[in-house]
Write a protein that binds this ligand. Structure first.
Ligand SMILES: Cc1cc2nc3c(=O)[nH]c(=O)nc-3n(C[C@H](O)[C@H](O)[C@H](O)COP(=O)(O)OP(=O)(O)OC[C@H]3O[C@@H](n4cnc5c(N)ncnc54)[C@H](O)[C@@H]3O)c2cc1C
Length: 392
């Protein structure tokens, strides 16, 4: 396992619980910071439950739904839907804590974890990726493996050495976040602002701002933008954050004085924008494969789901001594409900809203005004009719 974010730890956990000998390496020493909104929808909660983690334990802040702020003062509250396959529960927890918890679960399940260890490049056994050159404490060594999984996140340099490339025709996002301690009472909802003002045109941007509650008055405030936005090249994540924060009501207290840290930003690779997702001997999971949902930038759940799928296939391939079984991974990814996050292949520039943030749940408060997209909101979780229609 190259990388111990949600993708790496989930893969390692699901391999270890199937009796596979796993070594996970991460160049960082845990716990480590990761720039993120820290929010998990029911999809993400299901993924952590599948690793035996109880989302009601201390450390998680519970959220019961999503509050969306639209243009012209429209506010919609959506409770998480009651569905057979997903719990009606979301949570927020800093990635500093969260990723450490996942890595600990993987270790408890039997995976070995070498921190402060960077995988420099794949070791090739002919055309088969047969391990990795890793560097720790200044010296480099070779680690052999029957399978390698690239879970090295958005930069994905390791996977690139094995020929994985970005597809520029697919969407990409940028986002920034900052923590604040504010006087405003926190409600148990994820707040999303799909009304980011595009000053020069008077329109709205193809992105959204968020405020996610972490408890004790601390909130994660951030904003993200898709590269389908016409003036994307003129924007930066920091500028976007400034636009968003400037528009918030002053009495909410999202001010410089209340910030508890710097603005940090990162890319969001989405819509399966990397390929191939499998090369002989190596599978690519999570952000390394561009496996974030282009409709809302959610990536943790998909990182963990793709990790679980990769683990299932590798364990099966090893048990049956049929290595080719593992390479069904890209095919199965497209067949499973996660295929929904491929997103539209190309977005017409005159219709940037073809890819606008998109959430799922049941409205429980009548909005002040009926608005477009409400039918989508009612349609359920990814894989739903509305989602499928929008990715054709
Ligand atoms: C500002 C922002 C806000 C976001 N908000 C949300 C949100 O609220 N909810 C949500 O679900 N998603 C959100 N996302 C997306 C989410 O953060 C990612 O989809 C998720 O982190 C992907 O997990 P991963 O394990 O694939 O990669 P990562 O979490 O990036 O983990 C990759 C790991 O690999 C390690 N690594 C990299 N290269 C090497 C190497 N060569 N050798 C060893 N180790 C290596 C890194 O140190 C890192 O620990 C957000 C993203 C951004 C940028």
């Amino acid at each position: 396992m190259v990388g111990a974010g949600p993708a790496g730890s989930a893969t390692a956990y699901h391999l270890a619980t199937r009796g596979v000998d796993v070594l996970m390496v991460d160049k960082a020493v845990f716990p480590r910071e990761k720039v993120c909104g820290d929010g998990l929808t029911p999809r993400g909660v299901r993924a952590i439950q599948r690793m035996g983690i109880d989302p009601t334990e201390p450390g998680f802040t519970r959220v019961d739904g999503l509050r969306t702020y639209g243009v012209d003062g429209v506010v919609i509250d959506l409770r998480w839907p009651r569905l057979k396959d997903f719990p009606p529960l979301g949570v927020v927890r800093t990635r500093f804590d969260f990723d450490n918890l996942l890595a600990e679960r993987a270790v408890k399940a039997g995976a070995r974890f070498d921190q402060g260890t960077e995988a420099r490049r794949p070791v090739m056994d002919g055309t088969w990726v047969g391990g990795a050159r890793v560097q720790r404490e200044g010296h480099e060594e070779e680690v052999k493996a029957r399978f390698v999984v690239a879970a090295d996140g958005a930069s994905s340099r390791f996977a690139a050495h094995a020929g994985v490339r970005r597809d520029d025709g697919r969407p990409m996002g940028i986002a920034a976040r900052r923590y604040y301690r504010i006087p405003r009472p926190q409600e148990p909802v994820l707040e999303a602002f799909v009304n980011l003002r595009d000053e020069p045109t008077g329109g709205v941007m193809a992105g959204y701002g968020w405020i996610f509650p972490l408890g004790d008055g601390v909130v994660n405030v951030g904003a993200g933008l898709l590269n389908t936005f016409k003036r994307f090249k003129e924007m930066s994540a920091r500028k976007l954050m400034d636009v968003f924060v400037a528009d918030l009501p002053p009495e909410w207290g999202i001010t410089e004085e209340n910030a508890t840290g710097p603005v940090l930003s990162g890319p969001i690779p989405m819509g399966m924008n990397r390929r191939p997702l499998a090369v002989p001997g190596m599978l690519v999971v999570g952000d390394a494969g561009g496996l974030t949902n282009p409709f809302n930038g959610e990536g943790i759940a998909y990182a963990m789901e793709t990790g679980e799928l990769a683990a299932e296939l590798i364990a099966d391939a090893l048990a049956k001594n049929r290595p080719a079984l593992a390479h069904l991974y890209p095919v199965l990814l497209k067949e499973r409900p996660v295929h929904a996050f491929r997103g539209p292949a190309r977005v017409p520039q005159d219709r940037p809203h073809a890819v606008r943030p998109h959430f799922h749940g049941e409205p429980h408060r009548r909005p002040r005004r009926q608005r477009a997209g409400q039918a989508d909101a009612r349609a359920g979780l990814p894989g739903s009719r509305a989602m499928k229609a929008s990715i054709r």
